[in-house]
Ligand binder design. Structure first.
Ligand code: SF4
Length: 85
């Protein structure tokens, strides 16, 4: 799956989870740790997007079901994981 399809899939899954009333937020501590990792990563572009998944890191790092495509940081929740082809 291409990096932008991965980003689209992640956004879709966030929308599904939110529509089910699932709390997808992470603690401020987790968010700060994730953001520090991204900010030191060579794959973060000047526009604040990850060049591996196409996501905006400020949003991506705030979502519990998100994870780094290179496994530099991991998801906290696995809920309503919808498979898309
Ligand atoms: S999500 Fe992962 S690969 Fe992308 S910028 Fe952050 S640490 Fe780097």
């Amino acid at each position: 799956m291409s990096k932008f399809k991965n980003g689209a899939k992640e956004l879709f899954q966030i929308a599904v989870n939110l529509s089910k009333g699932v709390d997808l937020s992470v603690s401020e501590e987790v968010k700060a740790k994730r953001r520090k990792i991204c900010e030191e990563c060579p794959h973060l572009t000047k526009l604040g997007r990850c060049d591996q998944c196409g996501c905006f890191y400020m949003a991506k790092t705030a979502v519990a079901t998100s994870e780094c495509p290179l496994q530099k940081w991991l998801k906290e929740k696995e809920v309503w994981n919808i498979e898309l082809n």
